[in-house]
Design a protein around this ligand. Structure first.
Ligand code: MN
Length: 732
């Protein structure tokens, strides 16, 4: 934003900037040992080259600006990625270097931060009216894809504000207004108390110079009195803390000019009546000691009634935590703020505090806080009643490698990027994962493989007894989900496969007229080894998985040659296997195949007349789904395993279905419904009803022969006066 001016850069000025960079390197080395200093050096050299002829209006080399911005971030102990972005933040904006060059030299992360910062710089954030300012702030957060972008931008703005006196008055006004209306509140929202305070005071100075200098003068005349008073109070508190064995650091502060000004205006008071004009901070090691210290303070001086605030139990929206109390000493009121080191860090640096220990220790608490933050930012941005265009750009990521999602009750579930609904289900609970039959994201049904985004509210639909599917392994992202699914499959599928393997052998033996009992265990063991299986059980499992042909295995074990039978000779109906599995409803046909287990999948519970499709599972036969089942959407691309199935003509079998009926709550309703169902010849299994607000909700489980019968029931019930709605519930 600073245009190049004419004066040439002196060698001394250049060296001064180099020196500041050396200091920067030292700072980063001290604060974040192990970070890539080489990257930092290259970023500096690159920026130096690009800005080499540019100067600021102050006459300094332009390069001094990015270096000072980098210092602000280094003081907050931000990571090297952010600091590099600070060094390069004006390169794209001012020197027409394409972003690809930054990506090429410094990687995608740095480039992304530079891009974000540049994007914000190009915006005119001055809101036409005060009411709009809130939306502009939200937009600022909504448009970035990494909160570090905002932190870099705030540091950039802070340095520009510190050097604002070189600009012409019109620009000063404009920039100061934008800072006070937009950037300072955003810093506040991110909990960055230090930056916010300085931005406010600097803006105040340019926007209302008279008031600013008035407040400054009042404070200055009292400065000596204040200093003496604060020193005295600090000393006595320090002594008392030592005496009572509470580890504490004691600091003092005088209220900042802008917030003092606001308070005087708002409360119509004179300066001396502002209770928290002077404040002492007691910083201790634990929450327990915060309350202990409070007790000590109240023993030293009686508290002013109604001035105690417990922001530890009830943090402010920006996560500020402290105990506040006001006491009087020698006729002068002052506020005591008590907090832990961690709370202190958060109070001063807010969101930026989280990069500090990222690859060190003590992450847990900071992690919790950033989760709360993330959630508040999302909520805050979502409040924005703007066209959906805005919402689609909602990408507030504190950590680009994670995604923050919520249970319907508002619990945060942190998942790796690209995690799916199934990952979410397993993160909630293993059983929720196993029994997951469907999922709603923000109220709409989505496929199980749906990738979750920040802020998604995820509701997992479960059904007792439902079983995980091997397909899930192809799209889950968390190791937790993967290992839980594997565990389950190994346990259950193997058992079933063994069983199926044995049955297949029995069937082949019957066909060939061989008695399995006559084959010795030694022979089986020999054949098992021949197929690379340690135990006979393993051989059975392999057979069940379809690895080997039962006919060949039987031939080897029995020592008899068995002729191959071609598929054509086999009957087309799957009765055999179904009988083996006790599923002899004979309702489903698989074209061209016999000897296949067929089962109606529980997720959609198809009944004759529904459009169905089959999927070959390993070892569990063919799962028959309704074509509209969400699981089928997931399997859509797995064409190899898809197999056409159809309903057999007439069967005697009945099929369970469940109906949910919403009715007016009136006597005789249940009887009317029961009548309609009984008239069609269907059998009612269970009947449950509950009501609220004059409405009754009835769930009926019944057995039907087919879809035709079901449709008669649906139509009949709908015609009963007072029935609002009836639907088939697929999970039975
Ligand atoms: Mn800049």
């Amino acid at each position: 934003m600073e245009p190049a001016a004419k004066p040439a850069i002196t060698e001394a000025a250049r060296r001064a900037v180099d020196l500041r960079f050396v200091e920067l390197i030292d700072k980063v080395r001290r604060n974040r040992p192990g970070d890539d200093l080489e990257l930092l050096r290259r970023a500096y050299d690159f920026a130096a080259e690009q800005h080499k002829t540019q100067t600021r209006l102050s006459g300094e080399p332009f390069l001094s600006h990015p270096v000072e911005v980098a210092h602000i971030l280094a003081d907050m102990k931000l990571d090297v990625t952010s600091i590099c972005a600070a060094l390069l933040h004006d390169v794209v904006e001012d020197t027409k270097i394409p972003l690809e060059t930054i990506t090429e030299h410094f990687g995608a992360d740095v480039a992304r931060l530079v891009e974000g910062t540049t994007k914000i710089s190009r915006l005119d954030l001055l809101a036409p009216e005060a009411r709009q300012a809130e939306n502009v702030r939200k937009m600022l957060l909504a448009m970035v894809n990494d909160v570090r972008v905002v932190v870099v931008k705030l540091a950039d703005r802070l340095h520009n504000m510190r050097t604002l006196n070189y600009l012409d008055p019109a620009k000063q006004q404009r920039i100061a207004r934008e800072t006070l209306d937009i950037y300072a509140p955003v810093a506040n929202r991110l909990g960055m108390g230090l930056i916010r305070g300085e931005l406010e005071d600097l803006s105040f100075r340019y926007l209302e110079p008279e008031s600013f200098f008035d407040v400054q003068k009042k404070l200055a005349t009292k400065q000596k009195v204040f200093d003496k008073f604060l020193l005295e109070v600090q000393d006595s508190i320090r002594d008392k803390m030592v005496e009572t064995g509470i580890p504490a650091e004691v600091q003092a502060r005088v209220k900042r000019a802008y917030s003092l000004h606001l308070k005087i205006q708002k409360q119509q008071r004179v300066m001396d009546q502002v209770y928290d004009l002077l404040a002492i901070r007691v910083i201790t090691d634990s929450i327990k000691n915060c309350y202990a210290a409070l007790g000590v303070i109240h023993q030293m001086w009686p508290p002013l009634p109604g001035r105690f605030k417990d922001y530890i139990a009830m943090p402010r929206p920006n996560l500020y935590q402290s105990l506040h109390t006001t006491v009087i000493h020698g006729g002068q009121t002052f506020e005591v703020q008590i907090r832990t080191q961690e709370m202190h860090r958060i109070a001063e640096q807010g969101v930026a505090a989280h990069w500090k220990y990222k690859d060190g220790h003590a992450v847990s608490n900071a992690d919790d806080q950033r989760i709360v933050w993330m959630r508040q930012l999302i909520e805050w941005v979502q409040e924005m009643q703007e066209p959906s265009e805005f919402m689609s750009t909602l990408r507030v990521d504190l950590y680009p490698e994670e995604v923050y999602t919520f249970t319907p009750k508002g619990r945060v579930v942190v998942l790796p990027r690209d995690a799916t609904a199934i990952d979410f289900a397993y993160a909630v609970h293993t059983e929720v994962g196993h029994q997951c039959t469907g999922v709603k994201v923000n109220g709409s049904i989505v496929p199980l493989r749906h990738t979750l985004a920040n802020g998604d509210v995820v509701e997992i639909l479960t059904q007792k007894g439902h079983e995980p599917s091997r397909d899930w392994l192809s799209f889950v992202h968390t190791s937790r989900a993967r290992s839980k699914i594997r565990q389950w499959i190994n346990l259950h599928e193997r058992e079933q496969a063994k069983d199926v393997g044995k049955r297949l052998l029995e069937k082949e033996a019957r066909h060939a007229g061989i008695s399995l009992k006559k084959i010795s265990n030694e022979d089986w063991q020999r054949v098992a080894s021949e197929y690379g299986c340690g135990r006979i059980d393993d051989l059975h499992a392999d057979l069940g998985y379809g690895k080997w042909s039962a006919r060949q295995v039987l031939a080897k074990a029995s020592g008899q040659a068995l002729p191959d039978t071609s598929e054509d000779k086999q009957p087309k109906i799957v009765d055999t296997v179904k009988r083996m599995l006790g599923m002899n409803d004979g309702a489903i046909l698989v074209r061209g195949h016999d000897d296949l287990m067929v089962y109606r999948s529980k997720c959609c519970n198809p009944i004759p007349g529904d459009d169905v499709v089959g999927y070959v599972t390993r070892g569990r036969g063919i799962a028959v789904h309704s074509k509209t089942c969400p699981n089928v959407q997931n399997l859509m691309y797995d064409t190899e395993r898809r197999i056409p199935v159809e309903w057999a003509g007439e069967t005697q079998a009945t099929f369970p279905v469940r109906l949910r009926i919403l009715t007016e709550d009136r006597p005789g309703m249940l009887a009317a419904i029961t009548n309609v169902i009984s008239e069609t010849g269907a059998n009612i299994r269970t009947f449950e009803s509950g009501g609220q607000d004059l409405r009754a909700r009835i769930e009926v489980a019944l057995d039907v022969n087919d879809r035709k019968q079901l449709e008669r029931i649906l139509g009949g019930v709908k015609r009963i006066p007072g029935v609002f709605d009836i639907e088939r519930v697929y999970n039975v």
